[in-house]
Design a protein around this ligand. Sequence first.
Ligand SMILES: Cc1cc2nc3c(=O)[nH]c(=O)nc-3n(C[C@H](O)[C@H](O)[C@H](O)COP(=O)(O)OP(=O)(O)OC[C@H]3O[C@@H](n4cnc5c(N)ncnc54)[C@H](O)[C@@H]3O)c2cc1C
Length: 351
Amino acid sequence: MYDVLVLGAGASGIMAASQLYNHKVCIVDSNSKIGEKIKISGGSKCNITNEYLDESYYLGDKAFIKETLTTFSNKDLLKFLSSNNVKPKINPKIVKGTYFCNSSEDVLNMFSSLISHCTLKLDTKVSDISYDKHYVIKTNKGTLQAKKLIIASGGLSYASLGASDIGFTCAKFFGHSINKLNPALVGFTVQKDQFWFKELSGLSVDAKITISNKNQDIKILEGKMLFTHKGCSGPVILSTSLYWQKGNFTIDFLPSKNSYLPKRVRAAIKANDIDVHNYAMSPAGNFGYTKAEVTKGGINTNELTNSFQSKLQKDLYFIGEVVDVTGELGGYNFQWAFSSAICCTNEIKAI
Ligand SMILES: Cc1cc2nc3c(=O)[nH]c(=O)nc-3n(C[C@H](O)[C@H](O)[C@H](O)COP(=O)(O)OP(=O)(O)OC[C@H]3O[C@@H](n4cnc5c(N)ncnc54)[C@H](O)[C@@H]3O)c2cc1C
């Protein structure tokens, strides 16, 4: 019987496990290695956090997010990394304030050593969870038992890297509600009106995007937009996919005096009679979970304490992307994974 079983050896799971050095901990993951998303993130340099951090960069319950980020901030994360000899540097080239590591491997090596007290069960897929005085976790390699369970199983994006719906199935089983799931930080497919994007495939421009959804504050995002064969992508579009729900958003293709439009873009804008400062478009859809960096929506945070414990089922915790909090592009999602893990383990350590 384990004191704590952590389902998922992704960012949030390994951070949580690393903190529980006085507990008998088991980490289970269907992948053959820990932190598969960390490994490929940020072009293998892991964009781990951002200098500019507050709840405004996230979708979800703002008060809940604020409390979590205050408990373990970007500065706390950088201090933690530095004390383990990982020293990310700011690189604002693509998104302002982003911190990148020398190599993602540094982060993975750090966590490998910080979880050496844990039993690590890799290539082990969890198929069912139940509770009878303690947690009973069924896997393809037998059944495990634990007094406390931390679900750190992530969202639905990138099934090729182990994503499954186990976290949501388990949450529903214990009575939780799941806010609508959708791919996010993903490119858009376009409607006929934007077929002129296709001729410009491969070109990128500065863009300022204004999104005004019903019941939501107006969101303004700036950054590079990339024209692609099937639509559009690039940093500013990926973050737009986080906030856009339905209807039009508008694009300013010349947001500042310093913006430059490539010749072919200028010609296409003229030929298609485009309003360069206020172009309204409504995407046909997006590139889906296979391409989306994250899943928006998730376990309703009203049903979790500030320590990420279920209010409906004792000794059950949900951390990381599986909960209904999603950040913009720029290191915000790893920061969330780590901050939520620390809020959870602060409580477990204190019990
Ligand atoms: C290509 C890509 C690049 C990214 N780059 C960045 C970046 O640079 N900066 C940033 O902040 N964010 C980035 N993200 C987002 C970030 O990776 C996630 O938000 C973060 O990893 C979420 O952490 P998590 O611990 O909640 O889930 P995950 O890291 O997804 O971990 C969940 C783990 O649970 C395991 N699991 C799931 N189901 C089961 C099951 N049934 N049985 C056993 N194990 C299971 C999975 O194998 C996985 O290892 C990127 C994402 C992708 C896909």
